[in-house]
Design a protein around this ligand. Structure first.
Ligand code: DC
Length: 233
């Protein structure tokens, strides 16, 4: 298990996907799972912003919607109640609500179970905010991937341009800062670096360079473990 955590726009998904392919591991994008549930809440009219005025803040309706959600991952696609929702996960509506949804403990508990179930099937590169700290605290390799906020905003803006969306880098930076604050200050599983994680700042580095660095990190440690096992045998 390789557990990669870090803030929005640090390049975790691209790096984790390529690293997984190189290692021959499965790839688990846990942010996409939170996005899929957020999309599902929006479809059911019970996303946090939509039910803020309700006595329980919409908790009962969200719990019912979550109970009715069957989420599974198939070759990198998010399948929700037998519908492929992958193309709907990067909209601004989802993005504006996903931090609030991912702060809900009952949502996190359900996602945690699903993530562990996926990982029990074989070697995985999993990326998110709490992989090394909460979901897979015993992961063999932990990485905290960071980058300067301005670089993260530039990368996210480039993503948006590729999707045909025009958003100013300033707006993206402001949204990233809000999301970082929400993700790192929530009470349940806030974003933070695990004590035993490798810290890597990808500012100014290409994706290839980051993937290579992590591949070497895994390979060197695996080789050392092999040598120890061999020496003992
Ligand atoms: O990595 P991303 O931008 O796709 O993540 C979307 C949101 O999901 C992000 O704001 C924080 C949340 N998230 C989380 O709380 N825990 C995870 N393991 C992964 C993502």
């Amino acid at each position: 298990m390789v557990a990669i955590d870090g803030p929005s726009g640090a390049g975790k998904s691209t790096v984790a996907r390529q690293l997984a392919a190189r290692l021959g591991f499965a790839f688990l994008d846990t942010g996409a799972m939170y996005r899929a549930i957020t999309w599902h809440f929006l479809q059911n009219g019970c996303a946090p912003a939509e039910c803020a005025g309700e006595a329980d803040g919409g908790q009962a309706r969200m719990r019912a919607a979550l109970a009715a959600a069957r989420l599974r991952l198939e070759q990198g696609r998010q399948i929700l109640n037998e519908r492929d929702v992958t193309a709907h996960l990067r909209t601004r509506e989802v993005e504006s609500q996903v931090s609030a949804v991912s702060a809900l403990s009952f949502v996190r508990a359900a996602m945690r179970d699903l993530q562990r179930q996926v990982a029990s099937a074989g070697p995985v590169v999993a990326e998110g905010r709490d992989m090394g700290t909460v979901v897979f605290p015993r992961a063999r390799w932990k990485v905290f991937l960071d980058a300067a906020p301005s670089e993260r905003a530039r990368r996210r803006s480039a993503d948006f341009v590729r999707q045909g969306r025009q958003v100013s880098e300033e707006d993206v930076l402001a949204e990233i800062e809000v999301r970082d604050r929400l993700d790192s200050t929530r009470s349940d599983a806030p974003l933070r670096q695990a004590d035993d994680a490798l810290y890597l700042d990808s500012t100014g580095l290409t994706t290839d360079a980051v993937v290579l660095r992590l591949f070497e990190f895994v390979r060197a440690d695996a080789a050392a473990a092999g040598a120890v096992a061999g020496g003992r045998a």
